[in-house]
Design a binder for this molecule. Sequence first.
Ligand SMILES: Nc1ncnc2c1ncn2[C@@H]1O[C@H](COP(=O)(O)OP(=O)(O)O)[C@@H](O)[C@H]1O
Ligand SMILES: [Mg+2]
Length: 338
Amino acid sequence: MEKPLLLDVNGLTVSFRTDRGDIRAVDDVSFSLREGEILSIVGESGSGKSVTLQSLLGLHDPKTTRVDGAVAFRGKRILDMPQSAMRRIRGKEIGLISQDPMTALTPVYTIGWQIAEQIREHERISARAARARAVELLAEVGFSNPNEAVDRFPHQLSGGMRQRAVIAMAISCQPALLVADEPTTALDVTVQAQVLDLLLRLRRDHGAAIILITHDMGVVSEVADHVAVMYAGRIVERGKTADLFDNPLHPYTWGLMASIPPLTGVRPDRLVSIGGMPPLPGSIPEGCGFAPRCRFAQADCRKRPPQRRHGDQSALCILDGDERLEKRREILGAQEYA
Ligand SMILES: Nc1ncnc2c1ncn2[C@@H]1O[C@H](COP(=O)(O)OP(=O)(O)O)[C@@H](O)[C@H]1O
Ligand SMILES: [Mg+2]
């Protein structure tokens, strides 16, 4: 039986007000997440991943940012809630892990104090009990000496340990949803793997659903159940991770996949990377946002691309059928990438 729906994002569109008028950074983004699922949103830097996340959590600045669309968390429309109600949900039911642990931690307080404060913001519990919970949480996220670590200041910890402290804070109220924006980008490869393992363990032990934002297809293949590939403010492809790696539909996804070495088969002579850069909001084409960088672009790509479906997988691209298979072979060959 399918788990209940936890988060449902429908037609999320985000524009910034500028002196040149409104510029759109996120365009008609929809996805949903069931309890305990891991969804990865993947795309190059500048694709609109963080803006999507910040605005769906109501963390945007309403003076400069216009957010349209609907976001339902456990059936409640959270964007229409007053700030105070939204704040209660964030931190208690939704835990946030950011790319840079130093933005989540205050340098002047110990990590134990900060975790305890986070708990006390959402629960009626004594300072002593909150501190004891902080020690338990630090043990859970992998501190070998939590009784000592609880009195450490952020600058006394390594980058990896700081990120674990942030994760301890994010899970302190046992949230149903953890939202992690590039949580391992600033870490070296070994520590990256440990942090990903930790996220998987949190899902296993607490049933937490996770939205994991990354630019790394390797990370996606290791942890996600579902993937949404984002480019120029749109989700250009989505599907179950296994399906998407088996049969990627969108040329942008092919480019991302070509940038990770295959696990099996012959390594291609060179990695086919995608030339150029994602467009800035304000200069995103009306039609397919990827067309200017796509070697298969055709005249019709100036129009908004159709949604091609393949089972429960879909892609925003004009290519279909044999033509798509042929073009994909040019980029990915006949390799297995999953
Ligand atoms: N407040 C803002 N005002 C104007 N442009 C912004 C603002 N925040 C982000 N952007 C732009 O929106 C685009 C998407 O940003 P972002 O969501 O941070 O990308 P990602 O997280 O995928 O790297 C980028 O080009 C970024 O410069
Ligand atoms: Mg980002």
